[in-house]
Design a protein around this ligand. Structure first.
Ligand code: ADP
Ligand code: MG
Length: 263
């Protein structure tokens, strides 16, 4: 990736009102499923521009739900979520317009199997943003090249390794020039030898200034790449801090127990 995207991100920031405020803000978010299953309770979180936030915590602690709420795939019960200072959980907000500004990559690379890599990547820019085919393809090829997939544009997903598919999914998420990237355990379904190439892409995106929130079980990686680490326990942000604070000197016994178990 080049400075080009960083500059675009900075321009976007100016256009939407300042580089000071958080890109994403959760204020006392509560999410329940059914009548009494509380999955997120009073979750507050700020994600500063050009930073990486790692969500860690046991399976079922609410990481995916948090990311899905941020992308309006789930409706929250209480609290508010802001993107660049604008409340996206306001009933008057347009969910499609919000999702255009947020790129998402899930655990299982869900590329459309009947489309080539290039078609997968250019679909949203063409359909949603109304970008011309030529422009969408040029941007896609440029991103593919940067993520080491320059020769895969014409392939179908099942001809790619898991790591390549996941990198293509990241390219697809980047194709709409999102303000924020949400990554949900993007290495969890990969064979161990393929994890490194995907993490290395995240590292490069961070170097370019992309704002990211990622749920991960890769503690070493979270420690290395994150500016902020949030430990979720049963829907509560039990501990939040720099990697040094959370990994090096956890304040909560539950955090210590979790880290002992997983590291
Ligand atoms: P994590 O990503 O940390 O593993 P999740 O956010 O996926 O956790 O899940 C948190 C809790 O919410 C789990 O107990 C899960 O069973 C529950 N949950 C998630 N989605 C739903 C749903 N659609 N309906 C009911 N319960 C759900
Ligand atoms: Mg999850």
């Amino acid at each position: 990736m080049t400075a080009d995207d960083t500059r675009t991100a900075a321009d976007d920031t100016r256009a939407t009102g300042g580089d000071d405020g958080p890109v994403l803000r959760l204020e006392s978010v509560r999410k329940t499923f059914g009548r009494d299953r509380v999955v997120l309770r009073d979750v507050s979180l700020d994600v500063a521009p050009h930073t990486v936030t790692a969500l860690i915590g046991a399976s079922g602690s609410g990481k995916s739900t948090l990311l899905r709420c941020a992308n309006l795939l789930e409706e929250i019960d209480d609290g508010a979520i802001f993107l660049d200072g604008e409340e996206i959980t306001d009933p008057r907000a347009d969910p499609d317009a919000v999702r255009r500004r947020i790129g998402v990559v899930f655990q299982s690379y869900n590329l459309f199997p009947h489309m080539t890599v290039l078609q997968n990547i250019t679909l949203a820019p063409r359909r949603v943003l109304g970008v011309s085919r030529e422009e969408a393809e040029a941007r896609a090829r440029e991103l593919l090249g940067r993520l080491g997939l320059g020769d895969k544009a014409g392939e179908y997903p099942d001809r790619l390794s898991g790591g390549q598919q996941q990198r293509a999914a990241i390219v697809r998420a980047l194709a709409v020039r999102p303000r924020l990237l949400l990554l949900d355990e993007i290495t969890a379904a990969l064979d161990p030898e393929l994890v490194g190439e995907v993490l290395s892409v995240v590292r490069d995106l961070k170097a370019d200034g992309m704002t990211m929130v990622l749920a991960t079980h890769e503690m070493g990686f979270a420690r290395e790449v994150a500016d902020q680490v949030c430990f979720l326990d049963n829907g509560v942000v039990l501990e939040r801090g720099t990697p040094q604070e959370v990994f090096g000197n956890p304040r909560q016994e539950r955090t210590r127990r979790f880290l002992r178990r997983i590291v």
